[in-house]
Design a protein around this ligand. Structure first.
Ligand SMILES: [Zn+2]
Length: 434
């Protein structure tokens, strides 16, 4: 092929493709300058993730090839070698890996574990890290043709972090200013969300103190762990939540009396009623006569029957609203809301921003809005999504098991005194500051 032919071919190429082609040519050139030895030598892996710049590539063809980091979480029916294929690893390298000494360390994979690989644009696998817990895994490192495979254990440390925050605007913003990580503040909102509505209840001067963990792996902070204890002072009320492992896999938060911070729900909002229509995404609407999803449960009852709040919470809506008629909405936590439609009348308690206790009457059964007869249309929302109230798995709100109570009391006492020590140190410092 002559140079003129090449120019004609390039002219007929879209610009984007020419660019890709040039990068390809440059990569091939640079490849020939890099020996296998150099790859094996490199140890400082984070350096390799730096993006490559075309400008510098042109000037210096000796530059190292960029290695891409890819990762995947193991799902059901996955095989490690299938996953490597999916991630673009060359068949040859997969075979080399299988044939390497100690490759049986990689033969058992479990759902939820993670693999991380370092691969070059040609699909050569440079490193594989099979992570089966925050502490351990199996690492495979390319050495000439084969891989050096070994199990590793990381040194993991947990460090307690103390924070005390006086709220100036919102719980969240005030926490961020004290350098509390986002994930910890989300947890704090979740833990206390059953008692405090963070949009309506927070007063200037409210405060909270927490102890949470930082996870340190090999001497470096890896991520933020869990809140161990939180104390929230909201408008003269005090809420304490202590984390407790109920078994090796699950932890829950309890107050100092051993009550779960999560609250239970009643299964039915109306006594002496019967279910006249279930949750059904393909229902023909009785008034509109069209297919309209029925995203709640209807309880037929006599007009005027009292409607009970199915859980503790805050009223966040109470007025007439189109097809729903007279509507009440209750926020129970950061995740849970319930909605009540077609009310004949509201109870005097049904005022936006007002606290409601489980079982208290919020209104009376009627047929306001789009309804053929008196009934309550009841919806259950989890994380903003409609959920079948008859099938939803309610949060576990059981108190601490009596067999674990004394261990819990001991632990919560010691955490509480740690928290108090910390607060008194802070207060002393305040005095010294003048
Ligand atoms: Zn309905």
């Amino acid at each position: 092929m002559q140079a003129t032919d090449l120019i004609i071919i390039l002219k007929n190429f879209p610009k984007r493709h020419i660019f890709t082609l040039l990068i390809g040519i440059l990569l091939i050139f640079s490849l020939s300058h890099i020996g296998d030895k150099e790859f094996a030598k490199r140890e400082n892996l984070p350096e390799l993730k730096k993006p490559i710049e075309l400008g510098s590539l042109k000037q210096n063809l000796d530059i190292e090839l960029p290695l891409l980091e890819k990762e995947k979480v193991i799902k059901r029916n996955d095989s490690l070698f299938g996953l490597l294929d999916e991630l673009g690893v060359l068949k040859e390298d997969i075979i080399n890996l299988v044939n390497s000494k100690d490759s049986e360390l990689l033969s058992r994979i479990e759902v939820g574990d993670k693999i991380k690989i370092l691969i070059d644009p040609q699909g050569n696998l440079h490193q594989l890290n099979y992570i089966d817990s925050i502490k351990s895994g199996v690492r495979a490192e390319k050495e000439n043709q084969n891989y050096a495979i070994s199990r590793y254990e990381s040194e993991v440390e947990k460090v307690k972090v103390f924070k005390h925050v006086v709220i100036k605007d919102s719980m969240y913003m005030s926490g961020l200013r004290e350098n509390i990580p986002d994930s910890v503040l989300m947890d704090l909102a979740y833990i206390n969300g059953w008692d405090i509505d963070f949009t309506h209840d927070i007063r200037k001067g409210d405060s909270y103190s927490i102890i949470y963990e930082e996870i340190i792996i090999e001497g470096e902070k890896a991520f933020d762990g869990d809140i161990l204890i939180s104390e929230f002072n909201n408008d003269d009320k005090r809420f304490v939540a202590v984390r407790h492992d109920i078994n090796s896999k699950n932890s829950e938060y309890f107050n100092l009396d051993g009550q779960n911070v999560k609250k239970a729900f009643l299964r039915s909002p109306v006594k002496l009623s019967y279910i006249s229509s279930k949750y059904n995404l393909n229902r023909r609407h009785p008034v509109l006569h069209t297919i309209r999803a029925h995203k709640g449960v209807d309880y037929a009852a006599n007009r005027g029957s009292p409607i009970r709040a199915t859980g503790d919470g805050t009223i966040i809506f109470a007025k007439y609203n189109g097809g729903c008629g007279n509507e009440v909405k209750i926020k129970h936590s950061e995740d849970y809301e319930t909605r009540y439609c077609h009310l004949d009348k509201f109870s005097s308690r049904a005022k936006v921003g007002r606290k409601i206790k489980q079982g208290q009457t919020i209104g009376y059964v009627g047929s306001t809005g789009l309804a053929t007869g008196p009934h309550l249309h009841y919806e259950f929302h989890v994380n903003g999504k409609h959920t079948d109230p008859l099938k939803v798995k309610f949060p576990n709100a059981s108190p601490i098991d009596s067999s674990q109570l004394s261990a819990f009391n001991e632990r919560s006492k010691s955490l509480m005194s740690e928290l108090n020590n910390y607060k008194s140190i802070i207060n002393q410092n305040k005095v010294f500051d003048g």
